[in-house]
Design a protein around this ligand. Structure first.
Ligand code: SF4
Ligand code: SF4
Length: 353
């Protein structure tokens, strides 16, 4: 089974959209090893995602988990996969060498040229220069790593140039999401500006496509791909069935935004998973009533219970912000998809099929 290990609630950054309450709580070894055992207890493979706060504050725990899980994998014959999401500031060669050996996938949270606006160190110092150097180091060891940019309203004017900047650094996988949660406040003007930035970004995607260069720029690529594969993105939301967060003290929840709510507690690493509760909660992830008759219902992330809960307090209620954003994204991505198809249908099928 797949577990997301919140190794610590602490972080050395203070991002303007961060939804986590930073407090001095780290995972202890006993919880770590029990979580690894749990990951191996169900299904044909074990998956761990190292997460925080900032997981590299607990490098020692990551090394221990890797050694332990590789041993378990050899003993049981079960495959072990691992990944990590990090702000990158603490990456170093020693860690990257170990991560390469473990075949770890690393997502670097990096907001491009908006970095110093939205992602600052706790204490207020800028982070761009250091994270840029760490990004280069990461790409030297793992050229397929993903840059994960979170776009807050203040970062909207930097969207297009950030995509070009991150690509210029060498990222071939760039994923951009808009910031949700209580710390951000989107206005109509921000959303109009976002539309302009998305259109500019589509122009860049077209430029790369015409040059025959493959650069995955989510969410535009995802929307085009899901359209032609007729895949419903809501299928991705399983509220704890496929991926469960583990808190530093070992409690299990359906997804990050449910952490701390006892009504959604799915068990703990010592006593195991309450399967009945998992199924009960997974069934709650249904299409919101307001979306049932919408033409875009199969193209939209309306059923992401985690995002819905973060925005509206209810996993089955979509916020006006998400609805507006999804409509905009689908419209703009579809127009680009049509253009790319007309320009080169064979390459289009290869790229998005
Ligand atoms: S790096 Fe992540 S955990 Fe740390 S402040 Fe930023 S968003 Fe929060
Ligand atoms: S576009 Fe809006 S109404 Fe339509 S499915 Fe998405 S969230 Fe629901």
């Amino acid at each position: 089974m797949n577990l997301t290990l919140h190794l610590t609630d602490n972080c050395n950054m203070d991002c303007i959209y961060c939804i986590r309450e930073k407090c001095p709580r780290d995972m202890i070894e006993e919880v770590l090893y029990k979580a690894c055992d749990l990951a191996f207890s169900k299904g044909p493979r074990a998956g761990l995602c190292f997460f925080g706060g900032e997981p590299l504050l607990k490098k020692d725990l990551i090394y221990k988990a890797l050694d332990y899980c590789e041993e378990r994998s050899a003993l049981t014959g079960k495959r072990f996969d691992c990944k990590m999401t990090t702000n990158g500031s603490l990456l170093d060669e020693e860690f990257l060498k170990r991560a390469v050996k473990a075949n770890m996938g690393i997502g670097l949270s990096f907001d491009g040229t908006a970095q110093n606006i939205s992602r600052i160190f706790a204490g207020g110092q800028p982070t761009l220069a250091i994270v840029e150097e760490k990004a280069k180091l990461l790409l030297k060891y793992m050229p397929d790593s993903t840059a994960l940019a979170t776009i807050a309203p203040q970062a909207v004017p930097y969207y297009y140039e950030s995509v070009k900047y991150l690509h210029g650094l060498g990222f071939k996988n760039i994923s951009l999401v808009i910031a949700y949660g209580r710390k951000v406040n989107w206005t109509d003007e921000d959303l109009d500006a976002l539309r302009e930035q998305l259109v500019l970004t589509c122009g860049y995607v077209k430029e790369l496509f015409m040059k025959g260069e493959h650069v995955f720029i989510g969410p535009i690529y995802s929307k085009i791909g899901e359209c032609i594969r007729d895949k419903n993105p809501s299928e991705r939301c399983h509220l704890g069935v496929r991926q469960m967060p583990v808190t530093p003290d070992g409690r299990l929840y359906p997804c990050t935004s449910f952490i701390g709510d006892d009504a959604y507690l799915l068990g703990n690493v010592f006593d195991g998973v309450n399967d009945k509760k998992v199924m009960e909660i997974a069934q709650k992830a249904s299409t919101p009533e307001t979306c049932i008759d919408c033409d875009l219902v199969k193209r939209c992330t309306n059923s992401c219970g985690c995002a819905n809960r973060m925005n509206t307090g209810n996993e089955n209620t979509v916020s006006p912000l998400q609805c507006t954003y999804e409509r905009m994204l689908i419209e703009i991505s579809d127009a680009l998809g049509e253009e790319l198809y007309q320009a080169d249908p064979v390459r289009f099928a290869k790229e998005f099929g």
